[in-house]
Design a protein around this ligand. Structure first.
Ligand code: HEC
Ligand code: HEC
Ligand code: HEC
Ligand code: HEC
Ligand code: HEC
Length: 204
């Protein structure tokens, strides 16, 4: 693990062991040092979904978007836990694509956190067998289109502009326009290139 990630993780763990700062979402068994959950519960907690009872982990079938092999919630991890997007989505060497973390990465926390949750138990099985988690892709371009995260992030375009309010989502779905028209509209607006061969490799 990179040093900065280790630092981020430790900082986060420190945060989560501060009972006064946590919400009641974290069940008492997931953090040994925690005070009774009600002590730190803000009033608006009743509006939060899903339930914090591990056995009540809802199926995601009623939500928009593909049902994932493990019901992974960005709202929980990027929203409530405030993990930065880049903590989990590390750029590839070229910067073109962003990675999706492996089960063993998730197990840094889930070795001890929410271990009774059925989704977390599934996660532990993937980690143990070393099989990749077969996540269903949400945003995926056809192979004849070139797209690089690196060049777009260098323009200061936030993740949310292309992927919507991810940190509010219990399940991701394709909610923004990444069709050709969606790309070209922004290119026009920002005076970026709109020639066909900007995005398509011609005569090959
Ligand atoms: C300019 C629009 C744009 C921005 C900004 C953007 N993305 Fe994407 N993202 C896309 C597109 C388009 C795809 C599909 C790429 C493909 O299939 O080749 C994608 C795919 C992904 C994927 C799947 C893996 C991959 O690289 O194909 C992840 C994860 C992702 N984005 C996360 C993020 C995060 C995190 C940020 C902010 C740090 C971000 N994206 C910013 C447009 C964007
Ligand atoms: C920095 C620590 C951390 C990391 C890394 C982490 N999680 Fe979690 N996760 C948590 C906490 C804290 C909870 C909430 C536990 C609770 O409510 O008792 C949680 C909850 C869950 C749950 C239970 C359902 C829910 O949303 O309450 C699942 C499933 C889950 N995580 C999967 C994952 C997967 C998959 C990854 C890797 C992509 C991951 N987690 C990475 C800390 C982490
Ligand atoms: C704890 C790790 C974690 C954090 C933090 C995280 N993600 Fe993810 N992300 C995942 C996992 C696991 C998946 C695959 C499951 C899914 O699609 O929900 C994923 C999938 C995605 C995808 C869909 C990729 C595709 O095309 O299939 C996008 C877009 C994305 N994340 C954006 C973000 C953004 C933006 C943030 C910050 C607001 C963020 N993520 C924070 C773990 C994380
Ligand atoms: C929110 C605005 C925005 C969206 C949406 C957007 N782009 Fe861009 N794109 C830019 C800007 C600005 C540049 C100019 C970057 C530069 O000049 O270095 C650019 C440059 C590019 C380039 C040339 C540089 C490179 O990476 O090789 C390609 C190819 C490209 N975009 C593809 C796409 C595709 C495909 C999509 C849709 C899936 C898309 N873009 C969506 C703003 C956007
Ligand atoms: C800014 C990026 C961008 C530019 C510039 C661009 N395209 Fe596309 N094009 C795309 C994307 C993204 C798709 C895939 C759309 C999808 O997945 O539905 C696509 C798809 C296509 C397709 C497949 C059919 C379809 O509509 O899905 C054709 C044909 C095509 N483009 C031709 C062109 C031509 C001709 C030009 C120049 C006039 C051009 N493109 C310029 C991004 C671009």
């Amino acid at each position: 693990m990179d040093a900065w990630r280790m630092f981020a993780l430790l900082a986060l763990m420190a945060f989560w062991t501060q009972p006064a700062l946590r919400t009641s979402r974290i069940s008492t068994e997931s953090v040994q040092t925690s005070a009774p959950a009600s002590a730190a519960a803000p009033a608006q907690n009743s509006a939060q979904t899903p339930s914090s009872t591990p056995t009540q982990n809802p199926t995601q079938a009623h939500l928009p978007g593909p049902v994932q092999p493990i019901p992974f919630s960005h709202k929980q991890h990027a929203g409530m836990l405030k993990l930065p997007c880049e903590f989990c989505h590390v750029p590839s060497r070229s910067g073109e694509t962003l990675s999706i973390p492996r089960a063993t990465f998730c197990m840094q926390c889930h070795q001890t956190m929410a271990t009774n949750d059925p989704g977390v138990q599934k996660l532990a099985n993937y980690a143990q067998s070393n099989n990749p988690i077969p996540w269903v892709r949400v945003y995926e371009l056809p192979s004849f289109v070139s797209f690089s995260h690196k060049t777009h992030l260098a323009q200061g375009i936030p993740c949310q502009q292309c992927h919507g309010p991810v940190a509010d989502r219990v399940q991701l779905f394709k909610e923004t326009d990444i069709s050709m028209a969606g790309c070209v509209n922004c290119h026009r607006e920002k005076k970026a290139n709109i020639e066909c061969n900007t995005c398509h490799i011609l005569d090959q």
